[in-house]
Design a protein around this ligand. Structure first.
Ligand SMILES: C[S@@+](CC[C@H](N)C(=O)[O-])C[C@H]1O[C@@H](n2cnc3c(N)ncnc32)[C@H](O)[C@@H]1O
Length: 277
């Protein structure tokens, strides 16, 4: 999720343009290393150290049960993609899931994961890796999940979903939340209800420094692009959840907030499965 964390100094220009896998990973890594402390200070309370939050709307896995029935999830081997401080994985640990692994591109985010492990006593093994090249064996997991981790930040969503499918066992489940595609037509302002851009503009949102180097990159895919990416990864789409803004949730998070949340979705959660042979 784009953060309200103070923009790093040195942003000279904001553009919509293409950004490839290497440029996107370089920008994301540097941005998250720099912003992790502010991000956790600002959003850690809402996310909760042992909470599984699907997005700013306030939908939690304890209510949604998108990963599957608790008795099945408890015995599953789970991978969290772009885990940040691993709040989601840690919630799974509190629910009795023994085999949970998280990974993230940012070392500083993983340091926060370790800090919260120590503070809560719930430990999550986590490694530093790029979702564009997963360092895990094929069919190693029963569930792969992600709450806004990695997928909004890569140009080739199909390639990452193909990697997720590779590490899933046949019959396994992939569940991930991303920015709802409709959001890209609207400004990053939680109260604006006037579309100012095209939903169909697939160019990345890029913040650049004075030398034209990307310092923050977020990628846009339409709803159809996501469905096509899942299909090309050989996954079967089982559900598409568009959470409604929860009653009493006053959280304002970048372009998400209760004013626009009353009218438009801000998060899309895809539930997919790898077919059994
Ligand atoms: C919005 S956070 C989501 C993490 C957590 N669920 C949360 O809500 O804070 C996005 C995370 O994706 C990670 N990320 C970005 N690009 C990535 C990539 N290519 N591979 C792995 N992680 C990536 C970032 O480092 C960051 O920790």
């Amino acid at each position: 999720m784009q953060s309200d964390a103070p923009a790093p100094s040195g942003i000279a220009r904001v553009e919509r343009r293409t950004a490839g896998p290497a440029e996107s990973a370089r920008a994301s890594r540097a941005w998250w290393e720099r912003s992790a402390d502010d991000y956790q200070a600002e959003h850690g309370g809402f996310l909760q150290d042992t909470g599984f939050m699907w997005g700013p709307e306030g939908l939690v896995e304890a209510d949604a049960r998108l990963l599957g029935p608790p008795e099945r999830v408890r015995g599953a081997r789970v991978l969290e993609v772009g885990c940040g401080a691993a709040q989601c994985s840690r919630w799974l640990r509190t629910q009795g899931v023994r085999e949970v692994v998280g990974f993230d591109l940012s070392y500083r985010q993983l340091q926060h994961a370790r800090r919260i492990d120590e503070e809560t006593g719930w430990r999550v093994p986590a490694v530093q890796a790029d979702a564009q090249r997963l360092p895990f064996a094929g069919e190693a997991f029963d569930i792969v999940c992600s709450a806004f981790g990695a997928l909004p930040f890569v140009p080739d969503a199909a390639a990452v979903l193909t990697e997720c499918a590779r590490v899933l066992r046949p019959g396994g489940r992939l569940v991930f939340s991303v920015v709802h595609p409709i959001r890209w037509g609207f400004p990053d302002d939680p109260e604006s209800l006037t579309a100012t851009g095209s939903y169909f503009d697939r160019r990345a949102y890029v913040e650049e420094d004075g030398q034209g180097r990307a310092v923050y990159v977020e990628h846009h895919h339409t709803m159809g692009d996501w469905v096509r990416a899942l299909a090309s990864a050989g996954l079967l789409l089982r559900d598409l959840v568009e959470p409604e803004w929860a009653e009493g949730n006053d959280e304002v998070w970048g372009g998400w907030g209760p004013v626009r949340g009353r009218y438009l979705p801000g998060t899309a959660i895809f539930v997919a499965e790898k077919g059994s042979p």
